[in-house]
Design a protein around this ligand. Structure first.
Ligand code: GDP
Length: 436
């Protein structure tokens, strides 16, 4: 029994909390896509740790955390996180006993970060900014697909690394100098730094695919930790305002090298409302139409990015988009997060269709331009009032109006809510179905 956790919206749904809960029961927790553009805030022994790259399962003793082939890997960020975790006393033995990095993961290099930043600045002039986290994720994935990427294993093969880096820089420097008017990147310091980090990384580097296959054979429980969200998927999201990887459950297969038969549950994480960071279509956004409500939700829900600190755009729950996410992920259940944030509202809205130029749409249009123009068709529902101070922990504590809200969601999207989260704490959770 292995479980994939995916974001059902545009990311920031609260995956970190569910990963933390499910990790307690898993043996192996694996990141399969994205890079250090994810962000989970965790508090251990009173010390706050923000993990962007290492699976948050690392906080549970005795778990193995893997960074698989499909991740783009920034070694400098990795060591910052390892050191911060070590200071918190997380590791009983060597960190490399519990954190393994795939030989095949692609490496984020300084020129990827630089290009990411310059591209966003350049695009901002023509309003084409994507709103990336400027951590070099997109440019690293571009190099991977263009077959000029540098993989983790190359960091410990000095001659091969030299050849690959020279080839990569030749092209990058033309772009940097002539398209963006920036300084060229010198080979020598980048090469030296890669070798230094490669040497330090040696104990962590493994054939993670083979390790996962062995875990599967041993019937160990594997938790696939998705990052970002379905609507940011490069194939299925609101292109081009997407991330550069496969955030949907299929990405867990391509990103690890295990087959679909390894998966028994796909749990989609959704908030009781919707947020989005960065630019791009967002049909139920209420920043202009219901400004005060948006501000209130943002304030109560602390809707500011864990990675960038940017205020998140806020809107009502979009059932059309959620149903789409259920379909493209083959979800078997939903975790409904942050329902406590809506406690103060007398009325809530659920988007049940879109209107495009007077035509009713019941599914997500393929064109991002169309999605930008649709008007949401809402159903207004009653709010549910206050929750118990400690959050919802028992079925008997669920207000009837909240049960009705959940039933509407389930009927529309076709899967059941398996977990209700009513606060950031572990205990502020009601598991309606145990996935393990
Ligand atoms: P992720 O990237 O999907 O893990 O989401 P983030 O970590 O960016 O956002 C989740 C934030 O919401 C974290 O600060 C959590 O502590 C918090 N959170 C998670 N679940 C709940 C909930 O049910 N209620 C409230 N109020 N906060 C929650």
């Amino acid at each position: 029994m292995n479980v994939v956790i995916v974001g059902a919206q545009w990311g920031d749904e609260g995956k970190g909390k569910v990963v933390d809960l499910y990790s307690a029961k898993a043996s192996v927790i694996v990141r399969y896509q994205g890079g250090n553009n994810a962000g989970h805030t965790l508090v251990v022994g009173g010390k706050k740790t923000v993990l962007h790259l290492i699976p948050s399962g690392v906080l549970h003793a005795g778990k193995r955390c893997m960074i698989a082939n499909g991740v783009v890997f920034d070694p400098a960020v990795f060591f910052e996180e390892v050191e911060s975790l070590a200071e918190s006393g997380v590791f009983k033995g060597a960190p490399s006993d519990v954190i393994w990095v795939s030989e095949r993961a692609h490496v984020i290099l300084p020129y990827h970060r630089l290009l990411d930043k310059l591209r966003e600045e350049h695009a901002a002039k023509s309003k084409g900014k994507i709103g990336t986290t400027v951590r070099g994720i997109g440019p690293a994935y571009e190099d991977k697909v263009a077959r000029r990427g540098i993989q983790v294993i190359d960091l410990i093969r000095p001659e091969l690394l030299k050849t690959k880096l020279i080839r990569a820089l030749e092209e990058k420097n033309i772009l940097l100098k002539h398209l963006f008017g920036a300084e060229a990147v010198d080979f020598e310091p980048v090469y030296k730094e890669c070798l230094r980090l490669g040497e330090k990384l040696k104990p962590y580097i493994r054939d993670v695919r083979a390790d996962l296959t062995a875990a599967l054979k041993n019937k160990e429980k594997i938790l696939f930790e998705g990052a970002q969200g379905t609507l940011l998927d490069v194939d299925h999201g609101t292109y081009p305002f997407v991330t550069s990887s496969s955030t949907v459950s299929g990405g867990a297969m391509t990103g690890t090298g295990l087959g679909p038969s390894a998966i028994s549950e796909v749990i989609g994480i959704t908030k009781a409302y919707t947020t989005r960071v960065g630019t791009g279509p967002f049909p139920t956004e209420i920043e202009v139409t219901e400004k005060e409500t948006a501000e209130k939700i943002r304030a109560i829900g602390a809707e500011y990015g864990a990675t960038t600190g940017r205020p998140r755009r806020v809107g009502w729950l979009d059932l059309v988009a959620l149903k789409y996410a259920v379909e493209v992920n083959g979800m078997t259940g939903l975790a409904l997060m942050k329902s406590d944030v809506l406690c103060d509202f007398k009325e809530l809205r659920l988007c049940v269709a879109y209107d495009l130029d007077g035509k009713r749409l019941n599914s997500l249009p393929s064109s991002g331009e169309d999605l930008e123009r649709v008007k949401p068709v809402y159903e207004t529902v009653k709010g549910w009032g206050a929750f118990p101070a400690a959050g919802i922990t028992k079925l008997s504590e669920l207000p009837q109006d909240f049960i009705d809200y959940i039933k509407k969601i389930e009927a529309f999207v076709g899967v059941s809510v398996v977990l209700i989260s009513s606060g950031p704490g572990r205990e502020q959770t009601l598991e309606l179905k145990q996935v393990w």
